[in-house]
Design a protein around this ligand. Sequence first.
Ligand code: ATP
Length: 552
Amino acid sequence: MLAHLIRQSRHLLMGAALASIASGVCSVLLLTQINAVLSAPGGTDTSALAWRFGAFAVAAMLARMASSVLFERLSQGAHAELRRFISARVMAAEFRKLEEIGGPKVHAALSEHSARVADFFVSFPAILVNAVIVLGCLVYMAWLSWQVFLAAVLVIGLGSLGYHLAHLKAIGHLGAASKEQDRLYDHFRSLVDGAKELRLHSAKRGRFARDVLGDSIEKVRQARTFGMSLFSISVAWGNFLIYAFIGLVLFMLVGEVPDRARIMTGFALVFVYMVVPLEGLLLALPRANLAKVSGARIDEITRQLGQQGGEAEEDAAPALASLALQGIAHRYYHEGTDDLFTLGPVELSFAPGQITYLVGGNGSGKTSLAKLLVGLYRPEQGAIVLNGVAVDDASRDGYRQLFSAIFSDFHLFDQLLDGTSPELDAQGNALIAKLNLQHKVQLRNGAFTTRALSQGQRKRLALVVVYLEDRPFLVFDEWAADQDPLFKDVFYRELLPELKARGKTVLVISHDDRYFHLADRLIRMVDGQIVAIDTPAAAAPVVQESSLETVA
Ligand SMILES: Nc1ncnc2c1ncn2[C@@H]1O[C@H](COP(=O)(O)OP(=O)(O)OP(=O)(O)O)[C@@H](O)[C@H]1O
């Protein structure tokens, strides 16, 4: 991921890197001027040195400004690019894959990991400028004395080896921390989603705080502390080597040479000048490593997400003449219990204007069959045949545009996402009034004024969305379960027949046996298999005109 981002913005990165290198070079040139002034014999005219010093200082400042601004731009650009990339991959992923991976991992990739990768572009100039200064100082040192330069190379070699060993160990711990952090995000979600349960049971709250959330926080803390400490230890090791090197040079390498004071001043200056950038370099490297770990994590998550086939054109709802499920099946494997739930093979066909009820006990596979039907799951065997043509990976997204569905864990977006127009608002508000919600919520500029409603009311709003979508096939997964008896009656006796009269095909997953006799067709499921298909003798008389007004 990091490599991809670097490749993608290579021109800007090259410009920023050049500016950083220029800034580092100017800093080293400043050092040569300082040393020249310090070692100039008394009475020398230093005005030329002063001019050069001023010019290098200004150049160093301008180059640093340019590199910082460019790298900030790169960092923000990389962050935005990553967020766009991950969001696009999440939207393009197969629904089943997304279910398996789970929200917390995706949230972690979108927030923490992308921020850390973007951070790389901020720490990169520090690495580059400091590396150039250290390198420049070494070259200057080689010019002053090649023996000292060789000693420096030896010390740096030793330092790098120690750093590399520490680095390998640290990366392992940081990787473990980032995996545990995915679980931590899951616990954070429970903290909010499970707020009611946690408040009602103090013992569970305590155990959750201590053994679940607390444990996970502690594991992340330990692994991060360990990993980052290893980096800090290697920085201290590097520091020690620098001082050991200074000692080696000052007390052993520079013997009784003529002009000793001048040479010593030169070295001392180089050392002092080099220590801070070297420390900066060693400190910036761990941030770059964290970015690498996060980049690898993003890669892993996006790889797991995979990608489904072709995407449908926007607003490309196909027509429905006939739809047949031919021996389709799906399996869930439960790792914990090593057990397998098998749905199907299912043989079923649907015709326009037909109302089918799907009934059965909890866990019998009704929702899973609905997910297969609407194309959210790819059948593991068999085929879905729409208007005589089998649906394949390339056409599945187009096929899905046939349906509007309200699953029991539906999500209500605060906007319709159908564009905005006064006509759409008026149409939506008329439906809201029909569903008796006009005093609670309105549609303004294509967005609902509030979503702070009861679950049953939010489901009615979801129904408004479905009506506005006007798709040929509607799926309601226990839609009426949250409605009061009066509205339940309206749903089964008035809304469904009205949809039928409009030629819609409807699949209703239901536990409301009081209304089963109203179905055109009643399918019973047991343990993943269809065990009976009835056609209740007398379907309820079809209501031709909408009588929703009676609800208001
Ligand atoms: N996301 C999932 N991951 C793994 N297994 C699942 C998943 N969803 C459902 N299952 C398994 O599939 C079985 C059928 O579940 P499904 O939700 O389709 O049943 P259902 O008939 O709709 O139940 P209910 O009436 O309770 O909504 C369950 O027993 C469960 O073991």
